[in-house]
Ligand binder design. Structure first.
Ligand code: AP5
Length: 212
């Protein structure tokens, strides 16, 4: 099964993708995590990506698409994958469709997580992430047992550079899923809209239900 998770920054795509991966065994492919890893490793791609991420802009399509295509050409993506943060527009969606079609596959579900803007701002400004394993927390909605430490691996928690107030504003202006992208999946008959305003534990079963 191949699925895409759609939603604005802070909708809960990463949080829910981890839970879906745990429940279903599906491979979690996050283009945001891939870019952050390149930034951490100081690669050329990381330097380029950072110059866009720091401003709250999308990384250019040709760069993102070629990174994604390389990722799904690996053996561990042959049986299915869940795409988090990709696609962001119709150009990326069509590239994904074509890459999957080359292997006789297609997108089976597009899950759109909807959350109002005011809630997104408080989610992003309170988000903490593990430096070691990437586990997500929120200081109010999903706090770690010990402040600053990851429950899963004990790693140090940090706040993302692009969660600072001015970059958050820019991301929310520029990075909501465009209507044409939502339409792309609606026309394909695979779109499911999920109320992402509910608490984390209540959103997960709604998503799993949509996958059945
Ligand atoms: P990326 O990392 O994908 O960022 P994003 O799409 O902005 O999404 P976020 O990771 O901010 O939010 P999320 O929806 O995953 O929410 P989360 O689960 O963390 O991309 C980063 C950058 O990389 C982009 O800005 C762009 O520059 C570049 N990029 C990536 N993909 C690209 C592409 N395809 N093309 C071009 N450029 C690309 O949750 C947020 C917080 O809320 C957490 O603290 C969590 O604990 C909490 N929370 C989650 N759910 C709930 C809930 N139901 N109730 C209360 N709190 C909740």
């Amino acid at each position: 099964m191949y699925i895409v998770l759609l939603g604005p920054p802070g909708a809960g795509k990463g949080t829910q993708a981890d839970r879906i991966a745990e429940a279903t065994g599906l491979l979690h492919v996050s283009t945001g995590d891939m870019f952050r890893e390149h930034v951490r490793n100081g690669t050329e791609l990381g330097e380029l990506a950072r110059s866009y991420m720091d401003k709250g802009d999308l990384v250019p399509d040709e760069v993102t698409i070629s990174m994604l295509k390389e990722r799904i050409s690996r053996d561990d993506a042959a049986q299915g994958a869940m795409f988090d943060g990709f696609p962001r527009n119709v150009v990326q969606a069509e590239a994904l469709d074509a890459a999957l079609a080359e292997r006789g596959n297609k997108i089976d579900r597009a899950l759109l997580i909807s959350v109002p803007d005011e809630e997104l701002v408080s989610r992003l400004s309170g988000r903490w992430m593990c430096r070691e394993c990437g586990r997500l927390f929120h200081e109010r909605f999903d706090p770690p047992s010990v402040a600053g430490k990851c429950d899963a691996c004990g790693g140090e928690l940090y706040q993302r550079e692009d969660d600072k107030a001015d970059v958050v504003r820019s991301r929310l202006e520029k990075q909501k899923p465009p209507e044409e992208l939502i339409d792309h999946y609606r026309k394909a008959g695979v779109l499911h809209e999920i109320d992402g305003q509910k608490p984390i534990d209540e959103v997960t079963p709604l998503l799993l239900e949509a996958l059945r």
